[in-house]
Design a protein around this ligand. Sequence first.
Ligand code: AMP
Length: 598
Amino acid sequence: MNQQTSESARIPARLVKPKPRITPHLADPSGPNASFSWDQAQAHLSGLPGGGLNIAYEAVDRHVADGRGTREAIRWIGKTGARRSLSYAELAEATSRFANALQALGVMPGERVFVLMGRLPELYIAVLGALKAGCVVTPLFSAFGPEPIATRCEMGDARLLVTTPELYQRKVAGLRERLPGLRHVLLVGDATAEGPGVQRWHELVDAASPVFSTTATDAETMSLLHFTSGTTGRPKGAVHVHGAVLAHWATGHYALDLHSDAQESDVYWCTADPGWVTGTSYGIIAPLVCGVVNVVVEAEFDAASWYEVLERERVSVWYTAPTAIRMMMKLGTEALRGRDLSALRFMASVGEPLNPEAVVWGLEAFGLPFHDNWWQTETGGIMIANFAAMDIKPGSMGKPLPGITAAIGSRDAEGHVSLVEQPDVQGELLLKTPWPSMMRGYLNEDARYRKCFSEGWYFTGDLARRDVEGYYWFVGRADDVIKSSGHLIGPFEVESALIEHPAVAEAGVIGVPDPTAGEVVKAFVALKPGFEPSEALMRELLGHARKRLGAAVAPKSIEFRIDLPKTRSGKIMRRLLKARELGLPEGDLSTLENDEKK
Ligand code: AMP
């Protein structure tokens, strides 16, 4: 028996999983039913006392108003073992202080507050406090290099940045001339740094009043601006609104099955960084809206210490990602032996394809399978999921959430949509508009936004199929964006950084499969006359890209080419670079202008 056969024999088409310990919110094993409506779900939110809707009020203050202020909201575990626990009442006060500090600085509702830091308590306070103040929040990934930070701050017109002195010095100080609109910088931590508008968080925020009346936003007021990558051009700023909080509640309730009642109160841990959308929607908003304990771990991935967190904190619901799961699989189950993980009752995964092996491994290692779910920055919340009561078909993303209609389809050049009715036919994954957390635009790029929609359907850019029982299966991306360790990377952003180097004439960037990270970034580079390929130049280019882009985005390898395949209109054919790299069929080459096969 070869490896493949023995592996597939281990993977059942349908997973028999233990009966859920508590009755799931969505108890029907066949999945969501038709009785859900977004209008009715609204009753689970309170709205602002004077009318309107605000994410931070729903996540924090309304629990206090409802007498649940003493419950633990955020349980922070620092890198060095320090701990900080904030009840909902304490979080309400801390976020009010921050909102008052913004007001004192003259940062107005609608203006943009950016956060760039690791998973420190102040990040959570700043995000929620800025939302309370009616400001728009943009989280940036702290592993970004100066270039992605500058591009996003420029595009988003950042007015205030919350960061640490170390990150400020290393990544932002040198950019200030490019960012005249960035009037204030708040530094978190004991060290300090100098610069225009730079102040210390502790001096300003700690001194502010803990009482703040939430700004009267409504469901259509802009709340978050999340940058995401496309195939061409600069990153896209996906505009989200306060009304998205209804989807955060519904998905936390149904897809993550969060419970916060007398019988069961969940301790929930989302391992995603708030620099990416999962870490905001599900690392900050959804758990708090659902009233559970939100565990925040500052340290980066390390299997042994993650198991320690699961055991010591008695985590009951765990939301993580395929790259981390694959890293744990590599290490085996030895480190789990003897651990008491009896509190754990539901595990979910998102962000990249979850290998069927990983689902089954979860069952072997933790006694529970990982429940894959699917969504993207533009959808604002989980759209397709394996629910707690449902049988899992390993490899499938599950079924659409209550209130969400998905389909497989395509559109012609005029934008007429054809839906695929038959099962098991591949096409683009479509979602019927609208839903509460749907993006409301790409910042200042209306044409790019409108291109995502046709005849009432949102085109996700993902290819998928639906089986006869209504389970959705991910097939791949319809475009050239790269998913590495769960992070979406735009090839254009990487190519642009490479061609800034004096030796580089052209660059083409693709994702190549990697057993752990899903994909890693690979660049093909054609040099300018007078430069010769060499090991030293390759290292220099890798270093240049790392410095400009940061480790999370920079290529892991570079290959020199005399020329890169291009269309007649001069576009680099990444598709062809990828097909050749992977030994796949080259497809239609009718638009290929030049062809230097190597
Ligand atoms: P982002 O906007 O950064 O959250 O990335 C969204 C993209 O990640 C989707 O369009 C998919 O290509 C991919 N993705 C997210 N979840 C899954 C999943 N469960 N399976 C496969 N791909 C996924």
